[in-house]
Design a protein around this ligand. Structure first.
Ligand code: SF4
Length: 158
């Protein structure tokens, strides 16, 4: 199964940093004020109404805490600390933006009409994100699943 979930050691290292962070809310196990969220692998639904509560000053810069449940947030390779205390794993923001662009283009024109270079970009970026060797395939439902995974994982990188 394709997944962007990280090994437990990486998750534990992130959690340790969060537990030592002044913005961590122990009561809700969240980064700043908890925002109701449902996180599944690559699928995120966030209630944005309280986001404004989560703007703080950190080293003279305004940053917006995500309000996520830390035990969920730390699982994903594409997640990162809004204060820069722990990074994304395996991928960069640019990778995620390129992955979204590629997936959207393939979804719009169909894999048959997509250039080879674009398809290779999709497989390469998905391999980076998941840490798995995502093989090229001609199975259309498998490609559909990969595109859905890419689109769901990159929702916040529009
Ligand atoms: S994600 Fe970053 S800012 Fe939020 S609680 Fe963890 S270490 Fe602190």
């Amino acid at each position: 199964m394709i997944t962007a979930i990280l090994p437990t050691q990486v998750q534990a290292a992130r959690i340790k940093i969060c537990h030592d962070c002044k913005f961590y809310k122990e009561q809700t196990n969240s980064c700043g004020t908890f925002i109701l969220a449902r996180l599944t692998d690559g699928q995120k639904e966030v209630t944005l109404s309280r986001v404004k509560d989560n703007t703080v000053t950190y080293y003279k810069k305004k940053i917006r805490l995500c309000g996520c449940k830390i035990s969920e947030k730390v699982k994903y390779a594409w997640a990162q600390c809004p204060a820069g205390k722990w990074p994304m794993e395996r991928v960069t923001i640019e990778d995620m933006e390129r992955l979204r662009e590629a997936a959207k283009e393939i979804e719009a024109v169909g894999s048959i009409h997509t250039s080879d270079a674009r398809m290779i970009e999709l497989y390469t970026l998905l391999s980076k994100l998941t840490g798995q060797n995502i093989q090229r395939t001609s199975c259309s439902s498998c490609i559909r699943d990969l595109i859905n995974f890419a689109l769901n994982s990159t929702k916040e990188f529009e």
